[in-house]
Ligand binder design. Sequence first.
Ligand SMILES: *Cc1c(COP(=O)(O)O)cnc(C)c1O
Length: 405
Amino acid sequence: MKRNQNTRKLAEKWRPDTQLIRSGTYRSELSETSEAIFLNSGFCYDSAEVAESRFNGEAPGYVYSRYVNPNLKMLEDRLAIIEDAEACCVMGSGMAAVFASMMSHLKTGDHVIAHRVLFGSCFYIITEILPRFGIEISLIDGTKEDEWQKAFRPNTACVFVETPANPTLELIDIEYVAGLCKQNDALLIVDNIFASPLRQRPFEMGADIVVYSTTKHMDGQGRTLGGAVLGSKEFIEETLLPFHRHTGPALSPFNAWIILKSLETFSLRMDRHCENARYLAEKLEANPAIERVFYPGLPSHPQYAIAQKQMKRGETPCGGAMLAFEVKGGKDAAFTFMNALEIIDISNNLGDAKSLITHPASTTHSNIQPEEQLAIGITPGVLRLSVGLEDKEDLAEDIARALKF
Ligand SMILES: *Cc1c(COP(=O)(O)O)cnc(C)c1O
């Protein structure tokens, strides 16, 4: 019987596309083909002694779905295999994962460094919440090596970077920053949401912790919220899990099941997302209504060399599924263009089968002051495009028509 033979040891021998479909699967005694849904909050014990031994950690087994349940476990095991990480903990949203990756180990007096281009909520945690607990922060231009050199202090406990960063797709040289973190005994947390594990491998470049919003390309169809933190067994079990279990950012088992099933088509979908993104980036760059395009796969990207080095599909460099561009004419021109689109939807979400366009200055990044927005390249004409799975010719025509070229 092939039931429950999908151990980590077996799955490690498979190639990624097989791992995405089969790793972590738990089959019940009914031998169902597709993973079952376990919509239960609690578990029963055969005896009071069994309950005692589960609680004191002597016996394996489930205790409560705020900790973990079979669907969460399947998703954690599958994500850990894909990322080649020792351990994973899934959570109710990407922000819960980002927050726990920092708050589970930071303490008063610590110092945190972050690249200044950040998703609005990451920016809020770092600039508003951490300082309230006496944690010092430095926001730097992480594209400059000398800023990194100067930023570390004796109390630097962790470094947080998004690469590519939301929304301008600036890149951070993970290998370079990881080297400095090692020298300074600081944990490097990489938000790998824009690239996905199929296009960028932060652990292989020296990252200590990788965080995801599974809401994005992993779900891929805009249905669920979810997040994940991956790292060493020691970090996840001894630092993150106690924080997670007692503060309760648990993922719903139903959402875990949806994300798990979505991973089966993740690789196929990412190929199409990236193919479409490159095609549109090239079309946009050639359009006279466009001031500039931000896409790591184009030689015009200021950090093209870093993109070629660290964003890859296997051994082949890849620009990813997200792009941004600046329309000539500022906010008015950007709004006129967005309103004229017939296929591409206006939404702050990303990583959907449907192409979605965002005006970061007035939505996702509106909590950042206008001067600061300009300093980090979020000008009034900048738009972020999450390229979907539609026919790329239809998308290109939609854009060209709305730009009137
Ligand atoms: C969406 C996003 C998040 C937050 O994820 P949620 O699932 O929405 O909580 C964090 N970082 C980046 C870069 C994102 O794009």
